[in-house]
Design a protein around this ligand. Structure first.
Ligand code: AMP
Ligand code: GLY
Length: 436
């Protein structure tokens, strides 16, 4: 099988790494890829949102399957264009990708299907939005409807703050077209978890529950980022809860999309959940793999990723063809100084080979580039160092040993990845995974 992977971050490096382990894969191309991906795949300079260029590339190179990493090409309809050309693609159609592209659409679907989620209202009217804020009281969550690169969610501690957030979306147009409507949403309390599941539109197969760390600094302080680290399995979701989520959230969503919206979802569906005292509730859907969740769930996937993705693309997923190992994985993101604000690029990265040769350590590149034979920083999130081991503490030790071997000017990372799992665990050796 010859596979094209679209994207160039840590998520795509993890996808390429797992695909390269498949005995049926003969050749991998990445567009545009990065310096780490280049060790496993041929990287070609076609941008992830250049849909015409990607269709042409997949046709000319006679790729058997194209895997779409990021959400933007999916919400633009790349899967539909590939299907039009008879090219196999892993990723949902434009109409199914509305689950991520429009928070309003996702909320309407969940309300219709009775999927547990925060109460919310969507409106283009400032007055109406404010009256819902008064109804819910603070804290309250204000969201721009469309894609806003993770910046469209504002948690307002007071009603005044909520009104400023509504104005930022509706009046000041800070989110452009993504802000034509605003969602006023009930604030949920609890611990977050991510469930990623393969689906061909009819059947589903979930990966290990994981947890991301969105804040820049230890103790969940500082600004929001794309994700500073992740671990799996997250003990906050035990086996029974996972089964409930598979049935009441993932399956219910896929079925409702097909039955009520005539949209067949083929790809990976990502549910971001808040585990509240009343059980899991959906915060958001993504129509793609999470980053950095992918860097911890794929090392725990027991199965042939290329075969699984192809079976999803052609609508013949066999959930029994994959499983989840009983290992644990943790990923620590090494970021550029200043990230998520402004940062410098082009810093030379030292120690990659040493870290990469450690047992149970894989270094995934996120924002890197090759400069005259040296690997240099080229993004805010630079690397994701994943450790895998029999239990979470082993995985963490390995990840942090890898991090300690690597350096670059201005580097920063969190030192408390998986702190919630460790705090909630009675027996730290098991990482809480026997608590199911
Ligand atoms: P989203 O992009 O919808 O996942 O939101 C980004 C982050 O905002 C989430 O990971 C949560 O930390 C937080 N968030 C979103 N919706 C809510 C909510 N209804 N209640 C509390 N926190 C929320
Ligand atoms: N890690 C969060 C996301 O991929 O959206």
């Amino acid at each position: 099988m010859k596979i094209l992977v679209v994207g160039g971050g840590g998520r795509e490096h993890a996808l390429v790494w797992k695909l390269a382990q498949s005995p049926t894969v003969t050749d991998i191309i990445a567009a545009p890829g990065n310096a780490g991906i280049a060790e496993l795949a041929r990287c070609l300079p076609v941008a992830a949102d250049d849909i015409k260029g990607l269709v042409r590339l997949a046709s000319e190179e006679r790729c058997d399957l194209t895997v779409i990493g990021p959400e933007i090409p999916l919400t633009m309809g790349i899967a539909d264009r590939f299907a039009d050309e008879g090219l196999a693609v892993f990723g949902p159609s434009k109409s199914a990708a509305r689950l991520e592209g429009s928070k309003w659409f996702a909320k309407e679907l969940m309300q219709r299907a009775g999927i547990p989620t925060a109460r919310a209202w969507a409106t283009a009217s400032r007055e109406e939005a404010i009256s819902h804020v008064r109804e819910l009281g603070a804290p309250v969550v204000i969201k721009a409807d469309g894609l806003a690169a993770g910046k469209g969610v504002m948690i307002a501690a007071s009603e005044d703050e909520a009104i400023s957030a509504i104005d930022a979306v509706l009046t000041e147009g800070r989110f452009g077209a993504a802000g034509s409507h605003v969602l006023v949403e009930e604030y949920l309390e609890g611990e977050e978890a991510s469930i990623l599941a393969f689906t061909d539109g009819r059947r589903i197969a979930a990966l290990a529950p994981s947890q991301d760390h969105k804040r820049a600094l230890d103790g969940d302080r500082g600004p929001n980022t794309g994700g500073m680290g992740a671990y799996a399995p997250a003990p906050v979701v035990d086996k029974r809860m996972l089964a409930d989520i598979e049935r009441d959230v993932i399956m219910a969503t896929v079925r409702t999309l097909a039955e009520e919206y005539d949209a067949e979802y083929r790809g990976v569906l990502y549910a971001g959940l808040m585990i509240t005292d009343d059980g899991p509730k959906v915060l958001e859907f993504n129509c793609r793999f999470g980053d950095p969740e992918t860097q911890v769930v794929l090392p725990l996937l027991d199965g042939d990723l290329a075969e699984i993705m192809m079976s999803v693309a052609v609508g013949e997923l066999d959930p029994s063809s994959l499983g989840v190992t009983d290992q644990a994985a943790a990923c620590v993101v090494m970021a550029s100084g200043g990230y998520p604000g402004a940062y410098e690029k082009g810093k030379r990265i030292h120690g990659l080979e040493i870290a990469g040769s450690m047992e149970g350590v894989v270094v995934f590149h996120a924002g890197t580039a090759d400069s005259k034979g040296a690997t240099v920083t080229a993004g805010g999130r630079v690397l994701g160092v994943t450790g895998t081991g029999p239990a979470l503490p082993d995985a963490l030790d390995r990840a942090y040993a890898g991090v300690a071997a690597i350096s670059f000017d201005g580097e920063h990372h969190r030192t408390d990845i998986a702190h919630r799992a460790l705090e909630n665990t009675e027996d730290p050796k098991t990482g809480g995974r026997d608590g199911a």
